[in-house]
Design a binder for this molecule. Structure first.
Ligand code: ATP
Length: 455
C-alpha cells in the first residue's frame, strides 16, 4: 500500500474527501476560514476520540506504572521562565524588505524571498508562545501564555502525583490536551497548525537507567502505531543531531511517517534528563525529589518523554488507511481503518424506504446502537450507500431486504473484501462483535450462510 498510496493519495485529495464526508472542516469556514486552524466534523470527531482512547488505554489503563492528569492550559507565567520557553522557544525569523512576508530562516534554501526574490533582513528570534492577559487589565504584569506543550503541567504536579498515587520509580504520567504554538510556517492540512492536541508521557526513572528506558519507550511507541494498523514500511526512526536537540534534551529520536508530502515527524521521544524538575526546584524553592527507599537518598529522576500530536496521528491514520480500487469499472475509495478506531463500526441500511422494511431496520439499529457506534441510512441506492460507508471507513454494513421480513435474516457486508454473509437478526449483535474483534467473515453463526447475492 505504501507505493499505492504515494502514487494515488495527494494532500488535496485527502482534504477534499475529509471535507466532503464530514471528517475535518476549515475553522470558521463561513467566514472564509482561519489560517491553519481546523474543526473536526461528525465523522472526524469519532476518529480522533478513538485514537485518543486507544492511546490512553495502552499507556494508562493497561499499565501498572502509569497514571493520568488533566492540567490547565493557562499556567503561572514563571513556569515558562523556568522551563526555558520564554528564552529559547523560538524560531529564527527573516522578513522580506520589499513584500514584507516573513519566513523561517532555517526553512529557506536561498537568501532571497521565495515569493518575490527580494532581500531579506537579518534573522531575529521569534517566540512561538501565544500571549494573553489574565483579568481585566491588559498590562505586562498580567501576561499569561497559552501552553506550547502539556509537559510542564505534569512536571509542576510531580510531587502531587507521587504523594497521591503512591507509585514507585520507574513510573509515568500521561496527559492529553490542547497546546498552542504561533508557528511561522504552517500547512499540510492538520500536520502543522497553531492550535493542536498533544498526547504526552513523562516517564520518571532513576538516573543511570535513562538510556535503557529511552530504548524501551522508542520500541513501545513504534509497536503502538503498528497495533493501530499503520504499516511498518511507512514508519522510520530518525535521531536528532547535536545542533537540532532542544535545550532540555540529551537525546531525541523522531518517529517519522511517510506522509504524502514526504517523511515527516509524527512523534518525538526525548531524554529530558533532570532538567525540568531541577529548573522548577530552583525557581520555586520546592523539593521535586523522590525518596529512594534503598539508599534513603532524595534523588531527582530523569525523564523520558514520548510526545505525539493527536492531529498528526489522525493524519497518519487517514493516509495509511486510504485506498482506491476499481470495482466493475468503477472507482471505489475507502479507508481501511482498524475497527478499533473506525469512526462508525456498523451501518444499518434498509434496501428501500418501504415502511415495513424501515420499521424492521430501525429495530435493528436501536438494538445495535448501545453496543457499537452505528449509522442508519436509507437514502439513495444501496450501491451508493455502500460506497459512502467505504469512504467513512465503516467496517460492516447490515442490509435489511424484503426477504428479511420473511426469514428474519439480514446481510452483513464486509468493507475490506465486499464479501457478504447472511445471519439471523437475533445473532447480529454477537456476530458483529466477533467480526469487529477480528474473526474471519466466513466463520458463520448457526443458520448463517455465505451470501452470493453480491452488490
Ligand atoms: P515540528 O518540528 O514538526 O514543528 P516539533 O519538533 O516542534 O515539531 P515537538 O516539540 O517534538 O515538535 O512536539 C511533539 C509532537 O507534537 C510532534 O511530534 C508533533 O506530533 C506534534 N506537534 C508539534 N507541533 C505541532 C503543530 N504545530 N501542529 C500539530 N502538531 C504538532
Amino acid at each position: 500500500m505504501s507505493e499505492q498510496h504515494s502514487g494515488k493519495l495527494t494532500m488535496e485529495k485527502l482534504v477534499s474527501l475529509c471535507q466532503r464526508r464530514g471528517f475535518i472542516f476549515p475553522s470558521s469556514d463561513i467566514y472564509g476560514g482561519l489560517s491553519s486552524c481546523w474543526d473536526y466534523g461528525p465523522i472526524g470527531v469519532e476518529l480522533k476520540r478513538n485514537i485518543k482512547e486507544a492511546w490512553w488505554r495502552s499507556v494508562v489503563q493497561e499499565r501498572d506504572d502509569m497514571v493520568g492528569l488533566d492540567t490547565s492550559i493557562l499556567m503561572h507565567p514563571k513556569v515558562w521562565e523556568a522551563s526555558g520557553h520564554l528564552l529559547q522557544f523560538s524560531d529564527p525569523l527573516v522578513e522580506c524588505k520589499s513584500c514584507h512576508l516573513r519566513w523561517r530562516a532555517d526553512d529557506l534554501q536561498e537568501d532571497k524571498c521565495p515569493k518575490c526574490g527580494g532581500e531579506l533582513t537579518e534573522p531575529h528570534q521569534f517566540n512561538l508562545m501565544f500571549k494573553t492577559f489574565m483579568g481585566p487589565v491588559e498590562e505586562e504584569a498580567n501576561v499569561v501564555y497559552l501552553r506550547p506543550e502539556t509537559a510542564q503541567g505534569i512536571f509542576v504536579n510531580f510531587q502531587n502525583a507521587v504523594n497521591t498515587s503512591r507509585k514507585r520509580l520507574p513510573f509515568g504520567i500521561a496527559q492529553i490536551g490542547k497546546a498552542f504554538r504561533n508557528e511561522i510556517t504552517t500547512g499540510n492540512f492538520i500536520f502543522r497548525s497553531r492550535e493542536f492536541e498533544l498526547m504526552e508521557i513523562e516517564y520518571f526513572v532513576k538516573p543511570g537507567t535513562d538510556d535503557k528506558w529511552f530504548d524501551y519507550w522508542l520500541e513501545e511507541r513504534l509497536n503502538w502505531y503498528m497495533k493501530l494498523g499503520i504499516k511498518k514500511e511507512n514508519l522510520r526512526l530518525r535521531e536528532h543531531s547535536e545542533e537540532e536537540l532542544a535545550h532540555y534534551a540529551r537525546k531525541c529520536y523522531d518517529i517519522d511517517y511517510n506522509f504524502p508530502m514526504g517523511w515527516s515527524e509524527l512523534e518525538g521521544v526525548a531524554n529530558r534528563t533532570d532538567f525540568d524538575l531541577k529548573q522548577h526546584m530552583e525557581h520555586t524553592g520546592k523539593g521535586l525529589t523522590y525518596l529512594d527507599e534503598e539508599t534513603k537518598e532524595h534523588i531527582v529522576p530523569f525523564i523520558i518523554e514520548p510526545s505525539v500530536g493527536v492531529d498528526r496521528s489522525v493524519l497518519a491514520v487517514l493516509c495509511d488507511a486510504y485506498d482506491e480500487e476499481t470495482v466493475r469499472g468503477e472507482l471505489r475509495v475507502l479507508f481501511r481503518f482498524n475497527p478499533d478506531i473506525a469512526p462508525f463500526k456498523v451501518a444499518v441500511l434498509p434496501l428501500s424506504r418501504k415502511e415495513n422494511l424501515t420499521a424492521l431496520a430501525k429495530d435493528v439499529y436501536t438494538d445495535l446502537r448501545p453496543c457499537f457506534m452505528t449509522q442508519y441510512d436509507d437514502t439513495q441506492s444501496i450501491g451508493r450507500r455502500y460506497r459512502r460507508q467505504d469512504e467513512l471507513g465503516t467496517p460492516f454494513c447490515v442490509t435489511i431486504d424484503f426477504q428479511s421480513l420473511e426469514d428474519n435474516q439480514a446481510t452483513i457486508r464486509e468493507r475490506d473484501t465486499m464479501n457478504q454473509i447472511r445471519v439471523h437478526i437475533a445473532a447480529l449483535r454477537d456476530t458483529l462483535q466477533a467480526k469487529l474483534a477480528g474473526e474471519d467473515l466466513f466463520v458463520l453463526p448457526e443458520g448463517g450462510v455465505i451470501w452470493k447475492g453480491g452488490e
